[in-house]
Design a protein around this ligand. Structure first.
Ligand code: SF4
Length: 63
């Protein structure tokens, strides 16, 4: 599983960081960082929740 971020869509509103703080972080310059772009399968439910809740539809999963 790989997490993809469409940088043209992401507005760094940090919804995903609230859902999966081990995977996403927004820095002081309002830039989203994916802390682990290839997380273990056990984290898939969290990743799927972040994908579903991103208000900009900027996240996707590539298997
Ligand atoms: S929830 Fe979506 S728009 Fe918000 S920071 Fe995460 S990827 Fe970007």
């Amino acid at each position: 599983m790989k997490i993809r971020v469409d940088r043209d869509l992401c507005e760094a509103n940090a919804v995903c960081t609230g859902i999966a703080p081990d995977l996403f972080e927004v820095d002081e310059d309002d830039v989203l960082h994916v802390l682990d772009a290839s997380p273990p399968e056990a984290m898939r439910p969290q990743v799927e929740r972040a994908v579903a809740r991103c208000p900009r539809a900027a996240l996707s999963i590539e298997d």
